[in-house]
Design a protein around this ligand. Structure first.
Ligand SMILES: Nc1nc(=O)c2ncn([C@@H]3O[C@H](COP(=O)(O)OP(=O)(O)O[C@H]4O[C@H](CO)[C@@H](O)[C@H](O)[C@H]4O)[C@@H](O)[C@H]3O)c2[nH]1
Ligand SMILES: [Mg+2]
Length: 244
């Protein structure tokens, strides 16, 4: 399992991945403003392995999720424990805890275990290569993250939608890819050069709906939606009976 330590939180003043802005505008004569972030659009892929009748998902440590969990556990502390020396438990707290470990099995009263930041997701990637089609970007992600080599033409577009409408407004396009064990050319795991550390996990078709609605399993909306899409559109083909 993951070992996360030496956690330090600092302000983000410039980034290749997100840029914060404030827009001022008039709506029906009322002056308004809104804070938002520019980010990349993205693609995601529901992968179904027809040999094993399993969905292929990825599992990875997400710092943003981990920090939300940290925030949540912090606010659950008793009133007295919440007060830091500075008298504020805001952004100062993480830095003051630098060096502490959040590795599995270690009892840390300050940091949640690393597993609190690990989520199940569809294979997905940023649209950051302007010369490539969405299908081609999706194909590359399937290969890099999950180890299946499938032609871009085999990717079926499910739909697209806005993710994070309050903050980013970014568009995500979702694809469906049917793969077989014959298409498996590597273990996947992401691009180590880009610092990606991805675990490929399989969810058997007959467990998919239970998995989707199990709130104890941290996951993205994409996983839930795409499993339901499969249930509604592909079930007859694979003759499944699920308990939802
Ligand atoms: N965000 C970020 N911050 C950094 O500081 C940061 N530093 C390095 N990186 C690198 O950016 C690349 C991002 O990887 P992907 O292209 O595979 O995109 P995902 O992170 O998988 O995100 C997708 O999937 C998510 C789950 O469905 C959706 O929410 C997103 O909309 C969707 O794009 C990796 O090489 C990572 O090492 C950062 N990336
Ligand atoms: Mg990814």
């Amino acid at each position: 399992m993951e070992e996360i330590n030496n956690i330090e939180v600092v302000p983000c003043t410039e980034s290749d991945y997100l840029k914060p802005f404030r827009v001022h505008y008039n709506q029906n004569g009322t002056k308004k403003s809104w804070d938002f972030m520019r980010t990349h659009d993205s693609v995601s892929v529901l992968i179904f392995n027809t040999t094993s009748h399993c969905f292929v998902l990825v599992k990875q440590f997400r710092p943003a999720v981990y920090m939300c969990e940290w925030e949540r556990t912090k606010t659950q502390l008793p009133q007295s424990a919440e007060k830091t020396e500075e008298g504020a438990a805001e952004a100062a707290a993480p830095e003051s805890q630098e060096g502490q470990s959040a590795s599995e099995g270690e009892s840390s009263s300050q940091w949640p275990p690393a597993s609190a930041g690990v989520t199940y997701e569809l294979c997905a990637g940023l649209v950051d290569k302007p010369n490539l089609s969405l299908e081609e970007i999706a194909r590359q992600e399937v290969l890099e993250e999950c180890g299946y080599d499938v032609p871009a033409s085999k990717l079926k577009r499910i739909t697209s939608y806005r993710s994070g409408v309050g903050v980013t407004g970014a568009k995500q396009t979702m694809f469906y890819a049917e793969v077989s064990d014959d298409n498996c050319v590597s273990a996947g795991g992401g691009e180590p050069r880009e610092g990606e550390l991805i675990e490929v996990v399989k969810v058997p078709l007959h467990e998919a709906m239970t998995f989707a609605y199990d709130e104890r399993i941290p996951k993205t909306m994409g996983v839930i939606f795409s499993f339901i899409w499969f249930h509604n559109n592909m079930s007859p083909k694979y003759k499944i009976s699920t308990n939802v």
